[in-house]
Design a protein around this ligand. Structure first.
Ligand code: FES
Length: 273
């Protein structure tokens, strides 16, 4: 790889004092691999989630009270009455998801997440595609203009995500009661509870959560409880990327498992009732 002082076309990395490098990057490793994997994973997940959301079927297992998170809370008049834990009041239109009250906020929570921003800026917008790889755009304005300015709303979507996690927790608790009104425990409960626990961990590991808990304090010594919480959240925060991907997986697995049960593809292995 050679460097040259020959003037090249203007690029965003042509800052004053930097060497003009003809090559797009001097990196020799497979720097394109992570963004390629991320793009593939995100496209696959979004395709699955959109397809399932608009199926408007096979989201509830009456026998065990299992409700998929993609339909929670089920608030459309088209919902199966027992699956509507918080009432049904939205019109039953094919283009309106049964969980139209929560899905937009969950989508915006993930879309504005600090980690996902990094992932999709790199994977789709190539801005930049990787460290030390020049981006193809001629201008860089960061997140200072519309629509990216809206990324600053992330902390408000965090509050919405906490409420939705509480709703998912409520669904998980209700799933321990069978249609006969007895306590029940099956593989579905394990999958649903695992998903809810991981969703809480992902939500708690949010950068905004860390800032809300430990921010704007001059002296941690005067706020020992917040300091303790901040310490825990900071540890979780170090695993935020991992939790972001794991929860995409557990959401899809939980939904798929319930879809299969509701479609009678298999039965739920039961420990009790
Ligand atoms: Fe990822 Fe808040 S930073 S959810």
């Amino acid at each position: 790889m050679t460097t040259t002082t020959t003037p090249s076309s203007p690029r965003s990395d042509d800052g004053a004092g930097r060497a003009a490098i003809a090559a797009r990057t001097l990196r020799t490793d497979r720097w394109w691999f992570p963004p390629a994997i991320q793009a593939t994973g995100l496209i696959a997940w979004v395709a699955y989630a959109v397809a399932r959301t608009f199926m408007q079927a096979d989201y509830w297992v009456e026998q065990y009270h299992y409700l998929t998170p993609f339909y929670s809370p089920c608030v459309s008049t088209g919902c199966i009455p027992d699956a509507s834990h918080f009432g049904a009041f939205l019109p039953d239109w094919w283009f309106l998801p049964y969980a139209a009250l929560s899905l937009p906020f969950l989508l915006l929570f993930r879309l504005t997440c600090y980690y996902y921003r990094k992932a999709y800026y790199r994977a789709f917008w190539l801005s930049p595609p990787a460290c030390a790889v020049a981006e193809p755009h001629s201008k860089y304005t960061g997140e200072t203009r519309f629509p990216l300015l809206g990324q600053n709303l992330h902390r408000y979507f965090f509050y919405a995500a906490v409420i939705i996690s509480l709703i998912n927790t409520y669904d998980a608790v209700l799933a321990f009661r069978t249609a006969d009104g007895e306590f029940g425990l099956g593989l579905g409960n394990v999958i649903i509870v695992t998903n809810v626990v991981l969703l809480w961990l992902y939500t708690a590991s949010c950068h905004s959560c860390r800032s809300i808990i430990g921010g704007k304090l001059n002296h941690f010594s005067q706020h020992p409880v917040r300091y303790k919480l901040w310490g825990w959240v900071s540890k979780l925060n170090g695993h935020h990327m991992l939790l972001a991907w794991i929860t995409l997986g557990t959401l899809a697995i939980t939904d798929f498992y319930i879809w299969g049960l509701a479609s009678d593809w298999y039965s739920d292995p039961r420990l009790f009732n």
